[in-house]
Design a binder for this molecule. Sequence first.
Ligand code: HPA
Length: 270
Amino acid sequence: MIEKIRQTAGYIRQRVSEIPDTAIILGTGLGALVDHISDKQFIPYKEIPNFPVSTVEGHSGNLIFGKLGTKPVLAMQGRFHYYEGYDMKEVTFPVRVMKELGIKTLYVSNAAGGMNKEFRVGDIMIITDHINLFPENPLRGKNYEELGPRFPAMTEAYSHELIAKADEIARNRGIRVMHGVYVGVPGPTFETPAEYEYFRIIGGDAVGMSTVPEVIVANHASMRVFGVSVITDLGGKDVTDVPTHEEVQRAAQEAQPRMMQIMRALVEEA
Ligand code: HPA
């Protein structure tokens, strides 16, 4: 695995002029951030040795190097989901490569279903913590000490400092943001009403099919992490809403300008 990580990082290094210390995984809700990145250099995933190729509708696969305002960034346009059939090592391989490239801070976004009764469709939820309900941990198997410790702590998986900064940015701009615990599930089914209820009872505020694997690996690698969810649908035992991929895309689209304002300011200031 180490050899593959180094080979991929080496390939990327010789394709771009500058390697930033900040990376953004552009999940649902942040895709349009690409339009705000200047001096862009694209590397399609299919050209990158050892990289999986993204297949899901609404996600195109490129690494993008450029500047967000004055800040050099690496953006992942399209991520790898467990439900597509990739294993946890494949899903998190790009984060391993980021670490090898020298990335120190990782920003992630996703779409999620809300269980918290205060939440409304279109809300932005800053992720304060997560519950891993994937069937496997991406760190299972041999540990490479040069990548991180065997038993990494997850007590501050989402940087408190970045959460506080994001809160301040949102407050100054009058953007409503919620805080919450993200439950990561394999998908691809949306939840039954009983499952949404169960996730709420165990302490979850929103549920989605991504993010947790990448955040585990980023923490293993001692990166600072900031994560945000767009609440695209609501679930629970009294909720009659039937979530669809189209509804999720639509709600994410609507929240995108607000997400973008927060992310952009945060990346520039942090
Ligand atoms: N459940 C799981 N994943 C999701 C949801 C949901 O309700 N909405 C968007 N992604």
